[in-house]
Design a protein. Structure first.
Length: 402
């Protein structure tokens, strides 16, 4: 039986802010072309994030090998988008009486209430100067890290997954020049486009893989050298032709259809799975540093925002602790709440929750031994990754994803 049209009840969680609900309702009354045009104007990548080189003349890159001679992680230090510029994460506002109490309560469970209080003060300080024109003040107050991944393909060409800005004559540009020509750029999420205009100017010959939401946003700022993506994985014919091309290179792409917020693309590169924007809190038995409360993740100041977001995912006022997902992830999948914020909703006869569940199952069946996330400062085992994605998303159709 085809389950794509089955309606699954969205878990009952805190309602979105009233102004967000009102705006979503308004969007629902607009003609589709007008609604999409408005959303693109609101979300187009007009300015890339400020990094520590821009503001402080500090090298923003740390390059680490993930899989010997095949896959590398580039840790990129920049302004904190939990505080500055991210419209969705702004809905995860820790700086409220309820939010502060919830975060401290979660931290207290693992003996880190004092650390949580220090992190909250840093959050408040950073937020208070977030509109300052002096970016050095902002980045001295607090930064965040995000990961780009570099893959050496079987042909000798280089693929960038979820790329960050590449400064000219930097440690990263020199590394990529030594490694080989950059011939592929894969956008892991349609929400990660701010650095793309500069990356596409730096590597104009690279083939670009993404989805329709990201393509519309990049077209709006004339960032696409050839006027469109070389492979748009929302189109089945592009997905098929890309599969053939990439299999010869030792990698495969998995488009998570049905994810109405991010249109995520996972990349299996040799024995490593690369992912962004689908993994949130981890399953209870996870062996990663999030569940080792004596690890550096809970003691080093540089991980302050990782800790806050982790503790926030346990707060009912910000997230659903039963699944470890922020509330906005449920809102965006709910036609009655915020589905109008999606640039390309699924046809009315298909259930986004059922379609996304099937997509996740197919992606999780791919063969890999480790998983690396764009937002996480550590590598997961394949088993921990599968169980954590299942923990976050098994509600989609009420069945296990693994």
């Amino acid at each position: 039986m085809d389950k794509r049209n089955e309606v699954v009840e969205i878990p009952k969680i805190k309602a979105p802010p009233r102004i967000v609900s009102m705006f979503s309702t308004t969007l629902g009354f607009l003609p589709n072309f007008m609604r999409r045009s408005l959303l693109v104007r609101m979300n187009k990548p007009t300015e890339r994030p400020t990094d520590v080189y821009d503001a402080l003349k500090v090298d923003p890159y740390t390059i680490e090998e993930v899989e010997a001679d095949k896959v590398w992680r580039v840790v990129y230090e920049m302004e904190d988008h939990l505080i500055v510029g991210d419209k969705m994460k702004s809905l995860v506002d820790i700086n409220t009486e309820e939010g502060v109490a919830g975060v401290i309560e979660e931290a207290e469970k693992v003996g880190h209430a004092a650390t949580a209080r220090e992190d909250i003060e840093r959050y408040k300080t950073t937020k208070s100067i977030s509109s300052s024109k002096d970016k050095s003040l902002l980045l001295k107050a607090g930064t965040m890290t995000t990961n780009m991944f570099v893959v050496k393909l079987l042909s000798g060409d280089v693929l960038l997954y979820s790329p960050v800005h590449v400064h000219d004559r930097s440690t990263l540009s020199a590394f990529l020049e030594r490694l080989g020509p950059v011939k592929w750029i894969v956008l892991g999420s349609s929400c990660h486009t701010l650095s793309l205009p500069s990356v596409l100017r730096t590597y104009p010959e690279a083939l670009v893989v993404g989805t329709s939401d990201a393509e519309m946003k990049l077209k709006a700022v004339s960032a696409l050298i050839r006027g469109k993506f070389d492979f748009d994985l929302t189109k089945s014919e592009d997905e098929t032709s890309l599969r053939v091309r990439l299999e010869r290179e030792g990698v495969s792409a998995h488009y998570i259809r049905g994810d109405l917020l991010t249109q995520a693309i996972w990349l299996r590169a040799y024995s490593t799975l690369l992912e962004v924007d689908n993994l949130y809190a981890h399953h209870n038995g996870c062996s990663c540093p999030l569940h080792d409360h004596q690890s550096s993740l809970f003691s080093e100041p540089r991980f302050w925002n990782h800790r806050l977001f982790y503790w926030a995912l346990g707060c009912r006022v910000i997230a659903d602790p039963l699944y470890g997902l922020p509330c906005y992830r449920f809102w965006l999948m709910d036609p009655a709440r915020m589905a109008h914020f999606s640039l390309n909703p699924l046809p009315s006869h298909e259930s986004a929750t059922a379609v996304m569940a099937d997509s996740l199952r197919r992606a999780l069946r791919s063969e890999f031994t480790r998983a690396a996330d764009v937002h996480a400062p550590f590598i997961l085992s394949a088993d921990d990754f599968r169980k954590s994605i299942n923990y976050n998303w098994s509600w989609l159709d009420g069945r296990s994803l693994i």
